[in-house]
Design a protein around this ligand. Structure first.
Ligand code: F3S
Ligand code: F3S
Length: 143
C-alpha cells in the first residue's frame, strides 16, 4: 500500500486561486505512529491485530512501528491498553526519542545482525526479531 503523506504549512508554500489553496511541495513529510516506552516489557500485541499493513514488528522487550510501512490509519493507537502508541506530532517531550528509535530499529543494523531490517513488508512473515535497539535494551527492567 502506498505511503501517505501530509503537507505541512511552511514559508515554502505557494498560494493559488484565492489564497486558500497551498501546495507545500518543499515540506511534504511522511508521518507515522510511534510505539513508546510504555510497551517495554508489556508487549500486549493487541495493536498487531489492528494494523492493516502488518507493520508492527516484535523485538525482544518492545514492538516497533516501521515508519516507512505505516499508513497512519491510527487503528493501533486505540487498541493499546497501556497507551504506548502516539501519532508522531503528539509525542510528549519525554517520549520523543522513540520517534527516531522506532525508525532506528529498521534503518540501523540491530545487535547481532550485519544489515538493517529495512522494510520487510510484513511482520508476520518475518517473525519475532528478538532483539532491541540499544535505547530499549538499556531501559531498566521492572522489579
Ligand atoms: Fe505494546 Fe501496546 Fe502494542 S503494549 S505491543 S504497543 S498493544
Ligand atoms: Fe499500522 Fe495504522 Fe498503526 S498502519 S502501525 S495500525 S497507524
Amino acid at each position: 500500500m502506498a505511503k501517505l503523506y501530509q503537507g505541512l504549512w511552511s514559508s515554502e508554500c505557494r498560494s493559488f486561486g484565492h489564497g486558500y489553496l497551498h501546495l507545500c511541495i518543499a515540506s511534504l513529510k511522511a508521518m507515522t505512529y510511534v510505539i513508546g516506552s510504555a510497551c517495554v516489557d508489556v508487549m500486549d500485541k493487541s495493536c498487531v491485530q489492528e494494523c492493516p499493513v502488518d507493520c508492527i514488528y516484535e523485538g525482544g522487550r518492545s514492538l516497533y512501528i516501521n515508519p516507512d510501512e505505516c499508513v497512519d490509519c491510527g487503528a493501533c493507537k486505540s487498541a493499546c491498553r497501556v497507551g504506548a502508541i502516539y501519532y508522531e506530532i503528539d509525542l510528549p517531550e519525554d517520549e520523543r526519542q522513540h520517534l527516531s528509535d522506532n525508525a532506528a530499529f529498521f534503518h540501523e543494523a540491530l545487535p547481532g545482525r550485519a544489515d538493517p531490517l529495512g522494510s520487510p513488508g510484513g511482520a508476520t512473515d518475518l517473525g519475532r526479531v528478538g532483539v532491541d535497539t540499544p535505547l530499549v535494551a538499556a531501559m531498566p527492567r521492572p522489579t
